[in-house]
Write a protein that binds this ligand. Structure first.
Ligand code: ASP
Length: 449
């Protein structure tokens, strides 16, 4: 059994968190490959090391002293070293970093030092080997991973019984230059390591015990989600459930490796298991029709009305071309006989909405064109929904019963999710009433039976 355990920033925020990580790693021999983020915030007022390093880079760019920022990073690692009794030569490490700090310092190099230093400290503390991601996480020039190369380079680290600690978030390009990933990218590094080591499980240790049915800021103490499949995860993350980096799923899905989201501060909690196929588990524990309820606020709908437009060849294309020129990405595009609407994020429209309207007026000469703002999208996601006849009907009826006006409806043909657009002011109420009806009521029925 091989497990890759990735620890997020809050799991390595200070010496106390390092101790928890050690206990977790030592509790299970199969946790052989450990991937770490940079130290995160210790408290609400604290700063993530990565944020401080980005700030440091900006100060260098504008020729302003960066010492406060770099000093804060250095003292954080110094404290961890002292409290854990490490030998790591931090003075030379920081002298090396300082020697690169001129106006042309690579942002990627500087920002990656958070993961690098955290992994160095953790490797020593766990009595593990350290493997620098810059030596084996190979990118192609287009930013995709060169899995063959990674596997080949990584094999050099495998002839040891020791555990291996790897910094997340960065790798190198074919020309050897260090490259970082997008924010939160250590999740992706962990997934890549799980892929190349053919791990049995990819554990992602964070500060929550996995996914919950919905946002706890909206619904008090929502139920946890024990099992999810990859497609449900995609739908939920797209609509705003942010536990894991969106791109972390691809390297593990390629090999059907389950992802287990766990909580470093509550290691006994089994968290959420995300798998290709949950059917074995579902046989024992039939899931709710709805696995998760997610949503996002602040969308706009642009509606174009023109009689006989359905018969006009190229009508839709002309509208989409205008949106493409203004680099506006479309979330959904409901269409009826004479009406074409596009749903976009309001922030993408800001500053250009009047230009877009004028261009569309000129290009397609509509009878009417208007924009409506303040729309929230809510999606219910569930692998079991397909098997429940009338699900869409009862979902919409429940919103109606609660006097929530539905402006948009969209159900994918895979029947994995149903999305509705409601007024921003109804966002929280809609989520709460869906939760009450489809989760609480079902739970109560189960208990009663
Ligand atoms: N340290 C990086 C960030 O804060 C990457 C990560 O934590 O995954 O975005």
């Amino acid at each position: 059994m091989i497990k890759v355990a990735k620890f997020g920033g809050s799991s390595v925020a200070n010496a106390e968190q390092f101790r928890k990580v050690k206990a977790i790693v030592e509790a299970d021999k199969s946790r052989k490959f450990i991937v770490t983020s940079a130290c995160g915030k210790e408290s609400h007022e604290d700063h993530k090391v990565t944020d401080l390093l980005y700030l440091c880079r900006e100060h260098i760019r504008y020729g302003v002293s960066y010492e406060d920022m770099l000093g804060a990073v250095e003292s954080k690692y110094r404290r961890i070293k002292e409290e854990l009794g490490l030998k790591l030569d931090l003075e030379s490490e920081f002298a090396e970093i300082r020697s690169h700090l001129d106006r042309n310092v690579s942002t990627d190099y500087l920002v990656s030092r958070g993961e690098y230093l955290t992994a160095r400290c953790l490797a020593e503390y766990l009595d593990a080997d350290f493997a620098d991601a810059q030596d084996f996480i190979a990118f192609n020039f287009d930013g995709s991973f060169d899995f063959e190369r990674i596997e080949e380079l990584f094999s050099a680290y495998l002839n040891t019984d020791k555990k291996l600690v790897i910094p997340g978030f960065y790798g190198f390009l074919p020309n050897g230059k260090l490259k970082i990933m997008s924010r939160g990218g250590s999740d992706i590094s962990g997934a890549v390591i799980a892929n190349i080591t053919n791990a049995d499980v990819y554990e992602n240790w964070t500060d929550v015990s996995g996914f919950m049915v919905t946002d706890p800021r909206i619904v008090k103490d929502p139920l946890p989600i024990a099992y999810l499949n990859y497609n449900e995860l995609r739908e939920m993350s797209y609509m705003g459930a942010n536990v894991l980096h969106d791109d972390a799923i691809f390297p593990v899905r390629m090999k059907s490796i389950p992802i287990n989201i766990r909580n470093t501060n509550d290691p006994e909690n089994p968290g959420t298991m995300i798998m290709n196929d949950c059917s074995e588990y579902d046989k024992v524990n039939p899931p709710h029709a709805i696995t998760g309820i997610t949503g996002r606020r602040d969308y706009s709908v642009l509606t174009v009305i023109k009689s006989h437009s359905s018969a006009e060849v190229g009508f839709l294309k002309k509208i989409l071309t205008v949106l493409e020129e203004y680099k506006i990405s479309i979330e959904s595009a409901p269409i009826t006989v004479d009406t074409f609407s596009v749903l976009v994020q309001t922030k993408d429209f800001e500053g250009v909405v009047y230009d877009v309207i004028e261009r569309i007026k000129k290009d397609v000469r509509p009878d009417e064109i208007y924009v409506e703002d303040n729309i929230s999208l809510i999606a219910v996601v569930g692998r079991a929904m397909r098997a429940v006849p009338g699900m869409a009907g009862s979902f919409l009826a429940e919103l109606g019963r609660n006097k929530i006006n539905i402006k948009i409806i969209n159900q994918g043909s895979d029947e994995l999710s149903i999305m509705v657009g409601v007024d921003n002011k109804d966002f929280e109420k809609a989520i709460q009433c869906i939760y009450n009806k489809f989760i609480i009521e079902e739970e109560n029925m189960k208990k009663g039976s």
